[in-house]
Design a protein around this ligand. Structure first.
Ligand SMILES: Nc1ncnc2c1ncn2[C@@H]1O[C@H](COP(=O)(O)OP(=O)(O)OP(=O)(O)O)[C@@H](O)[C@H]1O
Ligand SMILES: [Mg+2]
Length: 153
């Protein structure tokens, strides 16, 4: 497993890091975005999608649960916050989004833990109350190709 920690001092820096990751990680993968409310999961998603070269406007899927970007969809962007349990996830058709060759970005991903989603990159965004515009971003993966590409960034 590899674990890389970065710090950002603004939402723009978080966006830029995510964009660089999107430029490097162009194959379909699954990104779990951990971190509390307002930590920057959606900002990260915006940067990542732009890095993939997509021009779609990325908005928070808080109410839609899932947004699609690209045509055919190259990214499915989920926010599972409003789902109550694994049955809700199943009912919203989660399994239909798998194996479509798209990247999955998941905010509040815990309900999807039981699915064996690979290749997977786990990202955790944290803040320090004393510095409201700073974030610590931890990237973790066990996948060899993602590890190789992360080390180059
Ligand atoms: N270093 C930083 N990185 C990212 N966002 C930051 C940073 N500093 C301040 N912010 C602010 O934090 C907020 C992050 O909002 P965002 O919608 O991306 O959070 P989120 O994790 O998706 O929240 P939610 O769980 O509600 O979906 C924005 O208002 C952004 O301007
Ligand atoms: Mg969000």
């Amino acid at each position: 497993m590899v674990s890389i920690t970065m710090k950002t001092k603004s939402s723009g820096e978080t966006f830029d890091i995510a964009k660089r990751l999107g430029q490097a990680l162009t194959f379909p993968l699954v990104i779990f975005l951990h971190g509390g409310m307002g930590m920057g999961k959606t900002i990260f998603s915006k940067g990542f999608v732009e890095g993939l070269g997509l021009e779609d406007e990325v908005t928070s899927p808080t109410y839609t649960i899932v947004n699609e970007y690209g045509d055919p969809p190259r990214v499915f962007h989920f926010d599972l916050y409003r789902l109550c349990d694994k049955n809700d996830l199943y009912e919203m058709g989660f399994e239909d989004y798998l194996n479509q060759g798209a990247t999955l970005l998941l905010e509040w991903p815990d309900l999807a833990f039981d699915y064996d989603l690979e290749p997977k990159l786990e990202i955790t965004l944290k803040s320090n109350l004393d510095f409201p515009d700073e974030r610590e971003i931890v990237l973790e993966t066990t996948h060899p190709e993602i590890m190789r590409l992360l080390k180059k960034i």
